[in-house]
Write a protein that binds this ligand. Structure first.
Ligand SMILES: [Zn+2]
Length: 77
């Protein structure tokens, strides 16, 4: 074992996993690297926005289709 290579072992305050507290570890000192990652809410929010956009597009297409159908029916009668 090379002295100076060991880092203090900490227990993550979020997931209770043990991790090495490296001096260059980003984020909180009481959180493991995984729990120090930026909030995973960002991609989730983006996905939900994309889903909303798809839903809006779908609804717009359906509205256009039903409007065309109304026009055709009106022409028939
Ligand atoms: Zn953790």
């Amino acid at each position: 074992m090379v002295s100076g290579m060991a880092f203090p072992i900490k227990v993550c305050a979020v997931c209770s996993e043990e991790f090495e507290l490296r001096p260059d570890k980003p984020g909180f000192a009481n959180r493991c690297p995984a729990c120090s990652e930026p909030e995973p809410a960002d991609p989730a929010t983006k996905r939900s926005v994309d889903a909303d956009e798809r839903k809006t597009l779908k609804e717009a297409n359906e509205a256009r289709r039903s409007a065309i159908r109304d026009l055709l029916y009106r022409k028939d009668s």
